[in-house]
Design a protein around this ligand. Structure first.
Ligand code: WT7
Length: 651
């Protein structure tokens, strides 16, 4: 990474402030801090009025709601009596004015391109919706989606929403094991998938994974397979049907299912601090209102924007800010299938130049990777169409923020660093680009109606400047409603720290201006290259290997990925440490979960340091992993014993 003058600024002493450019602010939806403050005060004073007004503005309701919020902590119901349909709000309501406007501009990794207008997208969605019905999918049934980043991924989500089926997207980088674990938990009946997708010039073998998973998915009745990479599609059994064949004869008219506001929309699995991923459940009305609103305000959408969020639909960012948010707002959204540097280091900038993208929303890990590649690949392209930049997924270091602003944004585009989570459904803490002065590395301030607060474990407000735990102390429309199939876990995970208040799992502090600075997870969740992983998940994968006795996985700070995974492993009798075994174990984790979970470093130890009560001393291991203590490739029992003795009362 090029040494920069900005490196000397640590996050704690960051003093630079960037006010919204005047020309930007003049045309923005929210154009001043006074306006922001007024909205914030209104929302705090009368949340029912504030959210009720927003809900009526953002959505078409087939039946109106009377009750804005029914809050029986920790359970919320929003816009209770209302009925709506999210596919209708994304498609039908635009047809009068935007039928021929591009909804999706798609570019495959090999360079193939496709554009779908709102009219065409609507036709595709209705046909697939009818096809799903023909397979027996009914309101409330769960449908799995395991697709590459192709338009059909959006079509699949919208088709489910249209008929009231609950979708559960599984990221295409997840393995067969991870797929069947999630599909079984959701009790999915139908799976929409493809023969493969393109990534780094190679085919991701989605269908192969599905075939391996199928015998372990007892609830799965049908698998619909899209042809994306193969010239011929070989379907190996009676449960498999070709997408084209199934959809081709279907009618392009499908009456939307008008669902209750609290009807489940999707389940998305995310990592927690135990081994089993959590099925985060979002419902229709509240999620839709806040997704639509935050997309327009935070990205300051305009009719002629060409908006590009680079996230995969397998993550919540892809749900809210690739598919639902932009489409509800009727803008044109870019969908890119592949890797950021395929075939060359300038693929992103090439896409921005060719499509004249106006908004880019991506992750700090990608920005840091681009920084390493230097400015040359960027300079080759005309990025003058860009007017706004967004960041999401992990804290962005001030240096990467400055590079993003200066090199990608040419110093003229506001940068919005957006803090939120799978569970929050939508952006929670973020600048509003026409109003909020930004500071590199800070997500700035909570959006109107969002009561984000930094508290200690007793619930006291932590003084400005000091670190504490980040809570959301009042309900908001797009909050998760439960952990699918495990209502106790919902309460235990999010509402046990302080009763009735949502605990985010993040640490944070505010500065003298009340700006939020996120400090990372305080639980056993790590953020690897913007992907959330539970260390316990990786540990269970490791101990499932025949050679492993015990494993402890911790995060270590990494320049590129934010956090890298380090696994401490003890072996069963009769097995000896070797480099070959390290490779085997890393590959094993890749098979059990997916490549994103593969440890960056495996260290063999003779034993793991434990407290007297038998708890693994993770903080000690984190220090060792970070090279703060006992460095070296293998960590001996002696090293750890000595350290453990020193730290006995500490963990
Ligand atoms: C965790 C949520 C939000 C969609 C993508 C990730 C971290 C997310 C930021 C940010 C600092 C951030 C938090 C959070 N995180 N955005 N702008 N600044 N940290 O969703 O997989 O549910 O992960 O990502 O630690 O808890 P997710």
């Amino acid at each position: 990474m090029a040494a920069s003058k900005h490196e000397i600024h640590s996050v704690l002493t960051e003093a630079r402030v960037f006010s919204p450019p005047e020309a930007f602010a003049r045309r923005a939806h929210i154009r001043s801090m006074e306006q922001y403050q007024q909205l914030w005060d209104e929302a705090a004073k009368d949340p029912d009025k504030y959210w009720g007004d927003r809900a009526r503005e953002e959505l078409y309701w087939k039946a109106p709601f009377q009750t804005v919020l029914d809050w029986k902590p920790p359970h919320a119901r929003w816009f209770v009596e209302g009925k709506t349909n999210l596919a209708y709000n994304c498609l039908d309501r635009h047809l009068a004015t935007r039928k021929d406007k591009p909804a999706i501009l798609f570019e495959g990794e090999p360079g193939d391109r496709r554009s779908l207008t709102y009219g065409e997208l609507s036709t595709e969605v209705n046909k697939l919706a009818n096809a799903l019905k023909s397979l027996g999918v009914r309101k409330g049934d769960r449908v799995g989606i395991y697709l590459p980043m192709v338009p059909e991924a959006a079509v699949a989500m919208l088709a489910c929403a249209r008929i009231g089926a609950v979708h559960s997207v599984v990221f295409g980088g997840f393995s067969a094991e991870a797929l069947h674990e999630r599909m079984n938990d959701a009790g999915a009946k139908v799976l929409l998938t493809a023969d493969g997708g393109w990534r780094k010039g190679a085919v991701v073998p989605l269908l192969k994974n599905v075939e391996a998973a199928l015998p372990h998915m007892p609830t799965m009745e049908k698998v619909v397979v899209l042809r994306r990479t193969g010239s011929t599609l070989e379907l190996s059994g009676p449960k498999l049907v070709a997408w084209d064949t199934l959809v081709s004869g279907q009618s392009a008219e499908c009456e939307p299912e008008w669902v209750e506001s609290e009807h489940p929309l999707f389940i998305l699995y995310t990592s927690g601090s135990t081994g089993k991923p959590k099925g985060v459940l979002h419902t229709t009305g509240g999620y839709a209102v806040n997704t639509s609103l935050t997309t327009r305000w935070v990205f300051d959408l305009r009719e002629d924007d060409v908006y590009w969020c680079t996230a995969d639909v397998g993550w919540v960012t892809g749900h809210s800010y690739v598919v639902y948010g932009p489409l509800m707002n009727g803008v044109t959204t870019i969908l890119y299938e592949g890797a950021p540097t395929q075939p060359g280091p300038d693929r992103f900038w090439d896409i921005i130049e060719r499509y004249k993208a106006t908004i880019l929303y991506t992750a700090p890990t990608a920005i840091r990777a681009f920084m390493r590649l230097g400015e040359e690949p960027v300079r080759k392209h005309d990025l003058s169409s860009l007017r706004l930049l967004g960041s999401v997924g992990e804290p962005i270091n001030p240096e990467a923020w400055m590079w993003y602003r200066d090199v990608i944004g040419g110093g003229r585009c506001p940068v919005v660093d957006t803090w939120w989570q799978t569970e929050t459904g939508c952006i929670m803490v973020s600048p509003l680009p026409g109003a909020t002065p930004t500071k590199p590395g800070s997500a700035t301030l909570p959006l109107p109606g969002i009561h984000a607060e930094i508290l200690d474990r007793e619930g006291n407000k932590v003084p400005r400047g000091q670190g504490g735990l980040l809570f959301v102390t009042r309900p908001w429309p797009s909050m998760l409603r439960t952990v699918y199939g495990d209502p106790d876990r919902y309460v235990r995970t999010y509402f046990n720290e302080l009763p009735g208040m949502y605990f985010t799992g993040d640490g944070a502090r505010t500065d003298a201006d009340g700006y939020f600075w996120l400090m990372g997870r305080v639980d056993d969740v790590v953020n690897v290259a913007g992907h959330r992983l539970g260390t316990a998940e990786v540990e269970s994968a490791l101990v499932a290997h025949e050679t492993v006795a015990e494993a402890a996985v911790v995060g270590r700070p990494d320049d590129l990925k934010g956090t890298a995974l380090v696994a401490f492993v003890t072996l069963k009798q009769g097995h000896t440490p070797s480099d070959a075994l390290k490779k085997t174990l890393a590959a094993h984790v890749g098979r059990e979960i997916g490549a994103i979970a593969r440890p960056d470093e495996i260290r063999f130890a003779e034993a793991l340091p434990k407290t007297r009560s038998g708890k693994i001393m993770r903080r000690l291991l984190r220090d060792v992993a970070a090279g703060k203590q006992a460095s070296g490739d293998t960590t001996t029992l002696e090293d750890l014993n000595v350290l453990a003795a020193l730290r006995q009362n500490d963990d």
